[in-house]
Design a protein around this ligand. Structure first.
Ligand code: MN
Length: 270
């Protein structure tokens, strides 16, 4: 029996990256597509609690799959696909995103958040992004995704984990072999641009180029810069183990300080 694979994305159900992914996965897998009805990039892990969620059957022209468009976010789409009437899901694949999701960008990414939501739901998942959206074709990433589906299903992933995959915009033949990486770090310089509207009031644009602060060996940023596909295992546990250890060693002092009653509680005028 074919595995049941739920496909979603954050670029919207009509995005070329999703169509290309579906075209490559539909032979080996029983696909269910639940994706946002419109562009939702950079929505992060938001979910919808204050309005009804819709899930409307939508033909994906030429592709033999059941596809639903939703007014929800990428994370909503995973919950809808996994828990609605459509039956159990073996794997979630999110993408193929137009543009990289490297380093700290994963916190903003709807693509990665969909895979994180799957991990929270206890379903193995990977997010896949085309790092060079200007020049690259989605084909190489889709071919890799097809092979990765088989690999992940055989390997299995521990609960609460996922893979974040970034594919350079090069034909597979010209790519160096994929590597397993960790998240690098990047921050944006000159991030806010202030302008004036016709009435003289300020408005702001986020702008600036990413300034890489950790793109060295072993990072996803470094791998993609070398023309390699990066495969970064991630987990939903954001605890900082080394800081946990360090603070635990000072726990008594910390607790005493936080519980001190002689202080702001007794201060007059508060
Ligand atoms: Mn996107």
């Amino acid at each position: 029996m074919k595995p049941r694979v739920l496909v979603t994305n954050d670029d919207g159900i009509q995005a070329p990256g999703l169509r290309c992914l579906v075209a490559h996965l539909c032979e080996d897998s029983d696909l269910l597509v639940v994706a946002p009805e419109r562009q939702q990039s950079a929505v992060g892990h938001s979910i919808t609690l204050h309005k009804p969620l819709r899930m409307d059957l939508t033909p994906l022209a030429g592709l033999p799959v059941r596809a639903f468009q939703s007014n929800g976010t990428p994370a909503d789409c995973v919950v809808l696909g996994a828990l609605s009437h459509t039956g159990p899901v073996d794997l979630v694949v999110s993408g193929i995103n137009a543009g990289a999701n490297l380093g700290e960008e994963v916190f903003y990414s709807g693509t990665v958040s969909a895979a994180l939501e799957a991990a929270i739901q206890g379903i193995p998942a990977f997010a896949i992004s085309l790092a060079d959206k200007e020049n690259g074709s989605f084909e190489p990433a889709a071919r890799l995704a097809r092979r990765l589906v088989g690999f992940v299903l055989e390997l299995g992933l521990p609960r609460g984990t996922l893979l974040n995959v970034n594919v350079p915009g090069l034909p597979l033949e010209r790519q160096a072999p994929p590597v397993v990486t960790r998240l690098g770090r990047s921050c944006y310089a000159n991030q806010i641009e202030e302008r004036k509207d016709p009435w003289g009031r300020s408005y702001f644009w986020f702008s600036g180029e990413p300034e890489e602060v950790d793109s060295g060996p072993g990072t996803d940023i470094g791998a993609v810069a070398e023309g390699r596909t990066s495969i970064t295992p991630m987990h939903t546990d954001l605890s900082d183990d080394s800081l946990v250890e360090k603070l635990r060693a000072q726990q008594d002092g910390l607790a005493a300080r936080l519980m001190e009653t002689v202080g702001d509680g007794n201060r007059e005028g508060w």
